[in-house]
Design a protein around this ligand. Structure first.
Ligand SMILES: [Zn+2]
Length: 141
């Protein structure tokens, strides 16, 4: 595996989380899935992946085994309010890194959870920081 940024993650930028919740909402009832990219220990970017199944996310991860991309984990939505990881989700989490967000309906600041690579619920701090937004949050494949 690549050098995941797990140990150095301080949190997620508030604007990135809001973006995730917006996209989750607009994708519903379909799921969306992506990878979380961190910069200086802060999750700031979502790399969108084609497809909606966790297994498809796993298949795409090998594309990101590059030393200059720091993947902190994954994000996907659940069209229900159930934010518990499925068995496929757990298999994904074990592969992608220590911070895996599941956003459930109604996609507000209280309806998401973060899991480590073992599928345990963890606290991910939401950081109200400003950052240069010239680079889009959205990286399309
Ligand atoms: Zn899931």
């Amino acid at each position: 595996m690549g050098a995941w940024a797990t140990a150095r993650i301080k949190g997620i930028a508030k604007s990135t989380l809001e973006f995730i919740l917006e996209v989750s909402k607009s994708s519903a009832p379909r799921e969306f899935a992506g990878l979380l990219r961190a910069e200086d220990g802060v999750i700031k970017d979502v790399i969108f992946l084609p497809g909606t199944e966790s297994s498809q996310v796993s298949a795409t991860i090998r594309l990101f085994m590059m030393p200059n991309i720091s993947i902190a984990g994954s994000v996907h939505s659940h069209p229900t309010s159930n934010t518990n990881p499925s068995r496929a989700d757990l298999a994904l989490f074990a592969r992608v890194g220590g911070h895996n967000i599941i956003a459930g309906a109604p996609y507000d600041m209280r309806s998401w959870r973060c899991y480590d690579s073992n599928g345990h619920s963890i606290v991910l701090k939401v950081l109200d920081i400003e950052f240069d937004d010239d680079d889009s949050d959205l990286v399309l494949l």
